[in-house]
Write a protein that binds this ligand. Structure first.
Ligand SMILES: O=P(O)(O)OC[C@H]1O[C@H](O[C@H]2O[C@H](CO)[C@@H](O)[C@H](O)[C@H]2O)[C@H](O)[C@@H](O)[C@@H]1O
Length: 261
């Protein structure tokens, strides 16, 4: 990554389109919390997402490291296309599921090994997502190096696995799974095809998504500090909420103009 976020401007609100909208969740639509299970998306933001989805004929998806089941719970009553576990799970706009899994025996072996290792390190937390594992250390920062070493050891033993670093977390996920691939897959399907892709995210896992959107001449937006491939920048989750509301109002104005005499 050669660009620095600080050199990028604030994105204008969405004014023309049609758009294909992709949102990361933690750190983008939802404020980070000390535990994954404490996260919520405010009701007003969920309402705005629903309205934006309707305005764009359903071309709005969440693209997250979280499993699809959790995304449905966090975003309810929004029933959107979803990419979960960094793209290992994907629910397309027709409701079809596309899943990249690992052999059950490998999942069992990894879960047992990671559970017993993290049990030694107070404040760390293991999130098992079926085909991926998140090793959290936000409440156990003193164990960061042990967690990183463990994750690196595991990945070095199994060529079908790769590391996905994040905010106070390192994840172990299947090779070839990333948010860029998930966004490209959506963009080949109705109702996303032919639209201008927009992706907003805050973390390292979002960088492949920014690259995918840039390659399609879309709008990539990084939330918060850090070097990035994204072309625009928003300071905070609150700024994302405000931009989302502004874009919604702008799109509503556009519709009003189409029908005014
Ligand atoms: O792709 P995202 O939607 O941004 O999901 C990335 C990971 O987010 C969650 O972990 C992060 O958020 C937690 C809650 O705020 C925080 O406690 C943790 O330190 C962060 O790394 C989630 O738990 C992971 O499964 C996601 O992959």
């Amino acid at each position: 990554m050669t660009d620095s976020c600080s050199t990028h401007g604030t994105p204008p609100v969405l004014s023309e389109g049609p758009y294909a909208l992709f949102f990361d969740v933690d750190g983008t639509l939802a404020t980070l919390q000390s535990r994954p299970e404490a996260v919520t998306i405010p009701a007003g933001v969920r309402e705005h997402l629903q309205q934006l989805a309707a305005q764009q004929q359903g071309a709005l998806a969440l693209v997250s490291g979280r499993p699809i089941a959790e995304l449905d719970r966090l975003a309810a009553p929004l029933n959107a296309p979803l990419a979960g576990v960094h793209g290992a799970e994907r629910r397309d706009a027709q409701g079809n599921l596309h899943v990249i899994s690992l052999p059950a025996a490998l999942v069992q072996t990894l879960e047992a090994r990671l559970t017993s290792a993290l049990a030694q390190w107070p404040g760390t937390q293991l999130e098992c997502k079926g085909m991926a594992f998140a090793l959290h250390y936000r409440r156990g920062m003193t164990y960061e190096s042990q967690i990183m070493q463990l994750a690196e050891e595991v990945v070095s033993q199994f060529p079908e696995l790769v590391l996905q670093p994040g905010k106070c977390v390192v994840e172990i996920k299947p090779q070839g799974v990333d948010k860029g691939a998930a966004i490209r897959a959506f963009m080949q399907e109705s109702p996303f095809t032919g639209r201008i892709p927009v992706f907003i995210g805050d973390d390292l896992t979002d960088e492949k998504g920014f690259l995918a959107v840039n390659a399609l001449q879309g709008v990539s937006i990084k939330v918060g500090a850090g070097s990035t491939h994204a072309r625009y920048h928003l300071d905070s989750v609150e700024a994302v909420w405000a931009w989302l509301e502004g874009s919604l109002l702008q799109q509503q104005n556009n519709v009003g103009k189409e029908f005014s005499l």
